[in-house]
Design a protein around this ligand. Structure first.
Ligand SMILES: Cc1ncc(COP(=O)(O)O)c(C=O)c1O
Length: 392
């Protein structure tokens, strides 16, 4: 038989799934995958029920149903300060992932170079590799994940076309400051680069950090595609509704591509998520407070055990360094063994550090913990961790 397409060669199942399977056998708690298993708000659920009952079930325009596009335009203007003036600069997609795919296909050719910051969200890189682009990495390090913009500048060649950022970051929790973003925009202008900015954790912020959208910085909008979605903010990862915001000529091509790939995001579910915009702003306040409490519990527990913990500024992950545990416990030689040890001894799942770096070695002493869990479940996970790895 003839070989499959070359782009499939590097694809393999992530270690997240292997850990999930191990956990299933031991009544484990999964702090690995970022699936936030809290309930979806009732307003959204009943909006979708109504749409289904009323048979609003046909394909929508590939850019999304108009009321949702209108609501997203208002949100992009008011929350993100992105200067769009028309719903043609908005596109509803199948998850932020669908938006990323459409953006990538629209902006990039195989062989183009793309700059990515480590630690990264692996879907971005795996998709870019499947697309045949060449990735160039800029490392950032705990505790502040500062960006070395000179390193970025030095990496740019004639073939460099785009730069990917994620703010707040997964897995670092870094929130890009206005100054970071202004420096980035200067580089984008200097080298004529596009940016794809994934802002799906834009409402999960701690310690007074504010979310600043790259596209709100003067000079950025015309070369920036902003991605976000409903999965995380409204606990609905399985609904698969996201969106992209950007200049109309780019969004128009993205829409044509998305139309070919999947026609539109599921119509009744679009009606459901449109209801999110009628909810009180207290929702964000309460969500923020709840995550802050969970962040404290998670980070304090890990610190008590002996991890080095860079408290995240945003998102709901912590990438913690277990190297101090090696002196006191067996099974922490590297991230793979540490992740298995946590399943075996504490029945808690995590993600191996290597999942966020190009070279495995750079993630060899870290694990990612996701604290998007119901509080009592997170408490139980923390209790198990403390019991299995008592502080000295
Ligand atoms: C940075 C980032 N972007 C996108 C996604 C997926 O978003 P969606 O469910 O909207 O496709 C995730 C999920 O973990 C993520 O961490």
């Amino acid at each position: 038989m003839k070989a499959l397409a070359e782009r499939t060669e590097g694809l393999k199942q992530s270690s997240i799934r292997a850990i999930t399977q191990l956990l299933e056998g031991v009544d484990g708690i999964n702090l690995g995958q970022g699936i936030c298993d809290m309930p979806t708000p009732d307003a959204i659920k009943s909006g979708a029920h109504r749409a289904i009952d009323e048979d609003r079930s046909i394909y929508s325009h590939y850019g999304g149903i108009m009321p949702l596009q209108e609501a997203l335009k208002k949100k992009a203007n008011e929350y993100n300060q992105i200067p769009i003036t028309s719903i043609d600069e908005i596109m509803v997609t199948v998850g932020a992932t669908g938006a990323f795919v459409a953006t990538m296909f629209t902006l990039l050719n195989p062989g183009d170079e793309v700059i990515v910051f480590e630690p990264y969200y692996s879907y971005h890189c795996d998709l870019l590799k499947a697309m045949g682009t060449k990735l160039k990495f800029v490392r950032t390090a705990a505790p502040d994940w500062a960006i070395d913009f000179d390193a970025v500048d030095r990496l740019v060649t004639d073939r460099t076309k785009a730069i990917i950022i994620t703010t707040p970051g997964n897995p670092s929790g870094k929130v890009w400051s206005r100054q970071d973003l202004e420096t980035l925009v200067a580089l984008m202008q200097k080298h004529d680069l596009y940016a794809i900015t994934d802002e799906i954790y834009e409402y999960m912020l701690y310690d007074g950090n504010k979310h600043v959208s790259l596209a709100s910085i003067p000079g950025a909008f015309e070369r920036t595609i902003t991605l976000s979605g409903f999965s995380k903010t409204y606990n609905m990862t399985g609904w698969r509704i996201g969106y992209a915001v950007g200049p109309e000529p780019i969004i128009a091509k993205m829409g044509l591509l998305a139309d070919l790939i999947y026609i539109c995001a599921p119509t009744p579910l679009q009606y459901g998520v449109a209801e999110a915009f009628g909810m009180s702003d207290d929702y964000f306040k309460e969500m923020g407070e709840a995550y802050d409490r969970k962040r404290t519990l998670m980070c304090e527990t890990l610190e008590e055990i002996g991890f080095i913990v860079p408290w995240p500024e945003g998102s709901y992950y912590v990438l913690a360094d277990f190297s101090p545990l090696r002196e006191r416990f067996e099974g922490f030689e590297d991230d793979l063994s540490a992740s298995h040890t946590l399943v075996e001894k504490a029945r808690v799942g995590t993600v191996t550090g290597r999942s966020f770096f190009e070279d495995d070695i750079n993630g060899a002493s870290v694990l990612r913990f996701c604290f998007a869990k119901e509080y009592p479940i997170l408490e139980e996970a923390c209790r198990r961790l403390k019991e299995a790895f008592p502080a000295t």
